[in-house]
Design a protein around this ligand. Structure first.
Ligand code: CTP
Length: 440
């Protein structure tokens, strides 16, 4: 039992693990059973980085979220009253989803389900794929117990995506897009029967029953994918992009730009805090080749909101401004470049890596990711505390920042070029010629 708790500690970031402990204590105080579920369990068992923490509670999730706001300084990002779930952002940039364990009953395929509170076992059995249907108990009496009613752990070991039941794609047809996204992301295969269910659901025209809200939610997920080009390629191969826009099914899908974006995202050092609003960046590439009519079709198909579209429109101008600043001859020191980029929005930086034709701009961003950001890790809290500043205070953060800037500028300059080697001693022209051979 303890093994999974140990695995959790070694797999999550320090902040994520702290939040798991805090949420466990909050739920215990409220007398609610809490489990770590979904993507967090899949990614931990599969050896992938955990992006956000999905908690499922047997009880009132929204009440627990309120307590997290009050006691943990959580910021409420969104609430879903139907599913009794909400998304929170906790200190340390930890994204959390808390959902009520639920039973879903679909009276009609693709329709809104009837939701009722359930046990964790019932909840897991209603989920999409077995790899997403695993829970870890965080409750005192069963701490560290893994609950895996559909043997998702076995499928993770086999690297296979399997639907939890025969109606998975019929209940929620958007899962036909999800399965391809997970396949491309995890590099797993799709189990034969699941493939057959997929084909049957397609034949039965289940794709037409995906609601604009579900298509929009999936588009937002797509925008977050680090390997976005691979996922889009998979969706395009399966001819699923015309659900969003017939134009994207043709030549207007800008895959080369998405490949550049995928490469750019790989430059961001793992484990570094990097603020990225991925949707406007994704949309700006997706919409680039579409004419206004085609854009309107896509906006309607995915029910995109005004603020989302406005943020996309603003990105181009904001990135161009950053490009001008990055070209400035005033940027002499490493610390100046670091300060400019550490305060810039991630989507603007990546936009320039994809779009800018300025060599200097590309080089400066690459230096930031490959040299300067990793260097900031060399300044530890212990080093700052040794100067006598009290940890956890604003003064401490400031002192740390100052130490980082100093270290960046103290980097040894490139070593001077080696002196020219002495010229070789003069020899006969025959010996110097590379291919002169004398016939015997
Ligand atoms: N889920 C489902 N059917 C859907 C959407 C979600 O069964 N149509 C379940 C899955 O168990 C999933 C969980 O809800 O793991 C959380 O959904 P989501 O946040 O969309 O996916 P994650 O698995 O967390 O994946 P990601 O890493 O992309 O966030």
């Amino acid at each position: 039992m303890g093994d999974y708790m140990f695995m959790l500690e070694s797999h999550l970031s320090v902040d994520q693990f702290r939040v798991v402990g805090e949420m466990r204590d909050l739920a215990s105080e409220a007398g609610i059973n809490i489990f770590l579920t979904g993507g967090a369990m899949r990614d931990m068992l599969g050896g992938f980085p955990v992006r956000d923490l999905d908690f499922t509670v047997e009880g009132n999730a929204l009440k627990l979220a309120k307590a997290a706001e009050k006691k943990l300084g959580a910021h409420l990002v969104s609430t879903n009253e139907t599913y009794k779930s909400c998304e929170l952002l906790l200190p340390g940039n930890v994204t959390v989803e808390i959902a009520m364990a639920r039973h879903e009953r679909y009276t009609k395929s693709g329709s809104k389900p009837q939701i009722s509170p359930a046990t964790i076992h019932e909840d897991l059995r209603c989920r999409d794929f077995t790899v997403n249907a695993i829970a870890l108990s965080l409750n005192k009496a069963s701490l560290g117990l893994m609950i895996d009613p559909t043997n998702g752990a076995g499928d993770i070991e086999r690297k296979e995506i399997r639907a939890t039941h025969n109606y998975s794609f019929y209940d929620e047809p958007v899962r036909m897009l999800r399965v391809l996204r997970f396949k491309a992301r995890l590099g797993y295969g799709i189990d034969e029967r699941t493939k057959a269910h997929f084909d049957n659901a397609r034949e039965a025209e289940m794709l037409l029953r995906i609601t604009p809200d579900a298509l929009g939610a999936e588009l937002r997920h797509l925008a977050q994918e680090p390997n976005v080009a691979d996922v889009l390629q998979a969706l395009s191969d399966e001819k699923l992009l015309d659900l969003y826009s017939p134009a994207l099914a043709g030549a207007k899908l800008n895959l080369p730009e998405f490949q550049k974006l995928q490469k750019a995202r790989q430059l961001v050092p793992a484990g570094m805090q990097f603020r990225l609003n991925a949707l406007p960046l994704f949309l700006s590439i997706l919409l680039e080749k579409l004419n206004p009519k085609e854009r309107a079709v896509l906006n309607k198909a995915a029910n995109l909101s005004k603020p989302e579209l406005n943020a996309t429109q603003r990105l181009d101008a904001a990135a161009k401004k950053l490009e001008r600043e990055l070209k400035s001859p005033k940027l002499q020191k490493a610390s100046q470049l670091y300060q400019l980029l550490v305060n810039a929005h991630g989507e603007e930086i990546l936009y320039l890596l994809v779009d800018s034709e300025q060599r200097l701009v590309q080089d400066r961003i690459k230096n930031y990711f490959q040299k300067y950001l990793p260097m900031t890790q060399e300044v530890t809290d212990e080093m700052v505390a040794a100067t006598g500043v009290a940890p956890g205070t604003p003064k401490f953060q400031k002192a740390k920042e100052q130490m980082i800037l100093k270290r960046l500028d103290a980097r040894p300059k490139k070593p001077p070029p080696l002196p020219e080697p002495p010229p070789p001693p003069p020899t006969s022209s025959f010996a110097r010629g590379p291919s002169v051979r004398h016939a015997r």
